[in-house]
Design a protein around this ligand. Structure first.
Ligand code: COA
Length: 181
């Protein structure tokens, strides 16, 4: 089923996480320089395949945030620490029939190693799967086999390792199937 068949308007940003250290929110145009910097980070570039970093492309990408959310193409959530973009948790590849999606994440170099990616991914996953949230039935995370920090984030966020992707042995698949604690 096409991503656009996910019910329009169903996706809403969870207001906050259960953590005093960060807030989850939508992208704003004022974040554009931080987005360009993140896309240009070697680790983000290596593992997440972002667009070539430019102000123009980043402005357009942020301008498309509402449309992507409303049409169920993607829900990209900023991990905000004291007003700064510490990272992102993104939902995409929605399969409406199965109420399933895929999650991706990155953190800015200055924000790494503090548990932010794990905690924010856990918060988004819990919201996605909760009956009072998005009522999803399954959330997947796919990581390159060599990207051990990404594996750790998935595990700490409550995902279970399923194993290598049938279509790509270099990709490891993790899943959350029910509401997580
Ligand atoms: C992977 C990434 C999101 C981790 O972000 P983070 O905010 O540092 O993650 P956390 O602080 O929540 O740490 C989660 C776990 O990863 C481990 N970790 C983080 N960086 C690591 C590193 N460079 N090497 C080894 N382990 C690392 C932490 O020790 C922790 O594991 P633990 O529970 O065993 O202590 C971040 O390094 C990043 O943005 N990488 C580039 C983009 C990317 O790879 N995205 C995932 C694509 S699938």
């Amino acid at each position: 089923m096409a991503a656009t068949e996910w019910p329009a308007g169903l996706l809403a940003v969870p207001a906050t996480a259960d953590s005093a250290s960060f807030v989850l929110r939508r992208w704003h145009q004022s974040d554009v320089e931080q987005l360009v910097a993140a896309w240009g980070d070697p680790e983000v570039a290596k593992w997440t395949n972002p667009p070539a970093p430019s102000m123009e492309v980043a402005k357009r990408w942020i301008a498309g945030w509402q449309r992507r959310s409303d049409t169920g193409v993607a829900l990209d959530v900023v991990i905000d620490v004291d007003g700064k973009v510490a990272g992102e948790v993104g939902l995409a590849s929605f399969v409406a029939q199965r109420r399933a999606a895929t999650v991706g994440y990155w953190t800015a170099p200055w924000a790494r190693g503090q548990g932010l990616a794990s905690q924010a991914t856990h918060a988004v996953a819990r919201w996605f799967l909760a009956p009072g949230g998005c009522a999803g039935s399954a959330l997947l995370a796919t990581c390159h086999v060599e990207n051990q920090p990404a594996h750790r984030v998935a595990t700490r966020a409550g995902f279970v390792k399923l194993g290598a992707s049938p279509s790509d042995p270099q990709t490891v698949v993790f899943a959350c199937r029910a509401e997580i604690p």
